[in-house]
Design a protein around this ligand. Sequence first.
Ligand code: G3P
Ligand code: MG
Length: 251
Amino acid sequence: PSSPFIWNYPTLIAHRGAGKHAPENTLSAARLGATHGFKMMEYDVKLSRDGVAILLHDDTIDRTSNAKGPASQYNLDELLHFDFGGWLNPKYTGEPILTLATMAQFTIAQGICSNIEIKPETGLEAETGARVARIAQKLWQHASIPPLLSSFSETALEAAKLAAPELPRALLIENHVPDDYLTRLQRLGCVALNLDTTLTTQALVEQTRQAGYEMCIWTVNDKQRALELLSWGCKGIVTDNIDTMAPHCFD
Ligand code: G3P
Ligand code: MG
């Protein structure tokens, strides 16, 4: 890495706020994850039409709301009319879309760290990377630990690096680890590689850590596998299993 960085994040990270137990990427999910003792959360962020950073996994709101279409088609005030909870369970009906601003407020107040996954819509990679980084920079300016910005999109990470160079970055990789992955981490000024558990081997962890990068692994829903990854030197474990993989389960 270009500058020395001390990794100071909690080990157990709740995926999308609270995995699959509450509507992903909503405040109900964040509250549930917090109730289970998680001190770090991963969540997906993209932009509304009016450039507000919002939490949403997919390109469209079809799966996780009662409306349809790309998020970038709606302004925040329109998105706020839709229900982002009832799709999972009727008891969450009326759950609003969550903005990064509200998530920042909640997590910082609770002493919870953030892994912001920048998840741009296709074609909006650079714009989303730059804007989310700038918004995060402002929202976390007085927080004790900065959010970790991650993305599968190298274009988004490059834009984030230009916009807010001091915010730590991680490259997400799935399907296949390219031969030149260390060069990519270096070029993007990353502090970590956030890797799919199915691609993670002890040799790869050793090689990556020797080169000076930490590793966060997702999505790990088995405690034995988590213990193995930790014994190899992985620093972060992203999980859906907020019950059996809560931090206290590892004490
Ligand atoms: O950031 C780790 C993980 O969330 C990446 O995959 O599809 O769940 O966002 P996905
Ligand atoms: Mg994600």
